[in-house]
Design a binder for this molecule. Structure first.
Ligand SMILES: C[S@@+](CC[C@H](N)C(=O)[O-])C[C@H]1O[C@@H](n2cnc3c(N)ncnc32)[C@H](O)[C@@H]1O
Length: 328
């Protein structure tokens, strides 16, 4: 194939990516997959169950079939076996909540042009409960597997006390709770989020303390053997992150570790793809948020007297950094 043709095809695939996302995220949001996970059905039954027009349901089902997510036997549609664990509400690798969260984000991305003009992200009211659930459970969907890989990568042997800052569903802490029966975890997040985490981590109730509040205002307590900042630094500007890292340094035991996990960029911040796209996501979220390189985070640690220990990839899109407090 000629270079120009390859470039043209790649460009068109990138430029039209919204079509696939829009169909998949809308199908999840409207309950297509929950219906099909319940039992295989034809377009007429599915559209009646969802209260939508059959003409539209057929078109969406055809796309999902063309993508291989759904199988059509000439009469009924069902979810392809490979995708059942991801799309069935009972699936062990369920991704529906994060898709519902992304469905809501998609409406914000539509305003990119306006935000580029004004520099002001689209106005948002307080999150309603469905919005909060899809956000927090969405975090749980994507971190279930990563939580164990992060724990193994951090490599702190048998921490006794952990502080999970902006802990969300508490999934990263749960990997430690599962492995060590003598570890105590402190979850720090907004009260309404901690309420969700308490339900998810009910089995470990006696080894969890929740601090409800703003991480910039409340006392961290401690000291802790390990403090985690997982998917947090992208919400703040450089100054706030420096302040946060300094505050964590004061709450570590001598020799304690601070782990920072995020969608780190290359040193010059112009890649990789996922991190740069996440930079747009955060540009649309608030006026200070951003994505950072490992070097940025190491500099915050330096300023707080923490030494760089190691960095590693947690999964294909995110990495982590471990900083260590000196022994004295
Ligand atoms: C992107 S989520 C990450 C959740 C979790 N660390 C994870 O990676 O699965 C960010 C979390 O930080 C919390 N958060 C944001 N600002 C906060 C603040 N100022 N104080 C405490 N928590 C905050 C949010 O409520 C949310 O649970």
């Amino acid at each position: 194939m000629k270079t120009e043709q390859i470039a043209r095809e790649r460009f068109m695939r990138l430029a039209n990516g919204f079509r696939a996302s829009s169909v998949i995220l809308t199908a999840v949001e409207m309950g297509f997959f929950h219906q099909l996970a319940h039992h295989p059905q034809d377009a007429r039954e599915l559209s009646a169950n969802l209260g939508i027009v059959e003409r539209g349901a057929v078109r969406v089902l055809r796309v999902l079939t063309a993508f291989g997510l759904v199988v059509y036997d000439g009469r009924l549609y069902r979810i392809h076996d490979d995708y059942l664990p991801l799309l069935s509400p009972e699936g062990e690798a369920y991704l529906g909540d994060i898709c519902q969260h992304n469905y809501r984000l998609m409406k914000r991305w539509i305003n990119l042009d306006e935000t580029l003009r004004t520099g002001r992200p689209p106005k948002r009211g307080p999150r309603d409960s469905a919005d909060l659930q899809s956000f927090i459970l969405g975090m749980e969907n994507i971190s279930r597997r990563a939580a164990h890989d992060l724990k193994d990568g951090i490599g702190v042997p048998r921490p006794k006390t952990i502080l999970d800052l902006g802990s969300g569903p508490g999934t990263y802490s749960s990997a430690y709770l599962q492995q060590y029966d003598d570890v105590h975890v402190t979850l720090l997040d907004r009260p309404e989020v901690n309420q969700i985490a308490r339900v998810i981590l009910e089995a470990y109730d006696d080894r969890i303390t929740c601090i409800d509040g703003d991480m910039f205002e409340v006392d961290f307590g401690g000291p802790y053997d390990l403090i985690m900042l997982n998917n947090i630094i992208h919400s703040w500007g450089d100054d706030h992150n420096r302040e946060l890292v300094t505050k964590t340094a004061r709450s570590l035991t001598p020799g304690g570790r601070l782990a920072i996990k995020d969608f780190f960029t290359h040193t010059d911040r112009h890649g990789p793809e996922h991190a740069t796209l996440f930079g747009i996501n955060m540009f649309l979220a608030n006026e200070h948020a951003g994505v950072y390189s490992y070097e940025d985070a190491i500099a915050w640690g330096d300023a707080a007297g923490l030494q760089f220990e190691r960095r590693f990839m947690v999964d294909s899109t995110s990495g982590a950094l471990v900083l260590r407090k000196g022994e004295i």
